[in-house]
Design a binder for this molecule. Structure first.
Ligand SMILES: Nc1ncnc2c1ncn2[C@@H]1O[C@H](COP(=O)(O)OP(=O)(O)O)[C@@H](O)[C@H]1O
Ligand SMILES: [Mg+2]
Length: 244
């Protein structure tokens, strides 16, 4: 498999704090890769740089051989990279279809954007809910809408930032199944998620950040046994041990 995403030496400083510190890794096309680490480790900051929302101080981001470093978000989106937001960010007073159409507008005019929105809603299981206000959706439906909005941009790399945080274990399983199906259709995923069970069942490979540095990477079983990872989580929320 060829690398779809190449990140090299990525660095971002906020005043005296180094939020991502010389981070380098690759993601192959068709992978589902988890990104974990304690609160404040720099996960969202890393995603924001990949999506063009924050300009790195140093380093390089390449997707499909194209250098995206410092590119504006709409151009990054045009290269097929899209990010969902940590706290469900749908426009509450807009309908489900209007929300999904916003995703489509990143790549097309209104009619085509609406068609893209409709297709994305069908794909995530929200057909029939098009005219409901986003505010009136259940939590699992809101998570699906976030994915639909991202899907409507026509991505090849989706960055999910705790898209499942508000869901029960059973509801998370359903989103995991959806992500796996979308991967089988050709989309590559990088996923921030703190439920270790969900990461375990979803990802072939996991990257671990701590204080902005990449301290481990490997299979979920490997990283959950890694002494550096275990000590990084000491004193914060230790991920549930799960070697099933
Ligand atoms: N815009 C910002 N300005 C200043 N500090 C920030 C900003 N965004 C994030 N940080 C800090 O950078 C560190 C990493 O944050 P973040 O990437 O949100 O971590 P995570 O997503 O892993 O919880 C934290 O210490 C956070 O307070
Ligand atoms: Mg975060």
């Amino acid at each position: 498999m060829s690398a779809l995403l190449r990140v090299a030496g990525l660095r971002k400083r906020f005043g005296g704090l180094v939020a991502t510190d010389d981070v380098s890794f690759e993601v192959s096309a068709g992978e589902i890769v988890g990104l974990i680490g304690p609160n404040g480790a720099g996960k969202t900051t890393l995603f924001n740089q990949l999506a063009g929302l924050i300009r790195p101080d140093a380093g390089r981001i390449e997707v499909g051989g194209v250098d995206l470093t410092g590119m504006a978000p709409h151009r990054v989106c045009g290269q097929g990279v899209v990010k969902t937001f940590q706290n469900v960010a749908s426009f509450a007073d807009m309908t489900v279809l209007e929300n999904a159409t916003v995703g489509g507008l990143a790549r097309a005019g209104l009619d085509e954007a609406r068609a893209r929105g409709l297709r994305a809603l069908q794909r995530v299981g929200l057909a029939g809910r098009e005219h409901v206000l986003a505010a009136d959706l259940s939590l699992p439906e809101k998570a699906r809408l976030e994915i639909a909005r991202a899907l409507a941009t026509g991505p090849r790399l989706m960055l999910l930032d705790e898209a499942m945080a508000t869901l029960t274990h059973h509801e998370q399983r359903e989103v995991v199944d959806l992500v796996r199906a979308l991967r089988d259709e050709g989309i590559t995923f990088l996923v921030i998620e703190h439920h270790m069970k969900t990461i375990m069942s979803m990802c072939e490979r996991v990257l671990v950040l701590n204080f902005g540095r990449l301290i481990a990477q490997g299979t979920p079983a490997q990283v959950s046994r890694d002494p550096a990872v275990i000590s990084a989580y000491l004193g914060s929320s230790v991920p549930e041990a799960d070697h099933a």
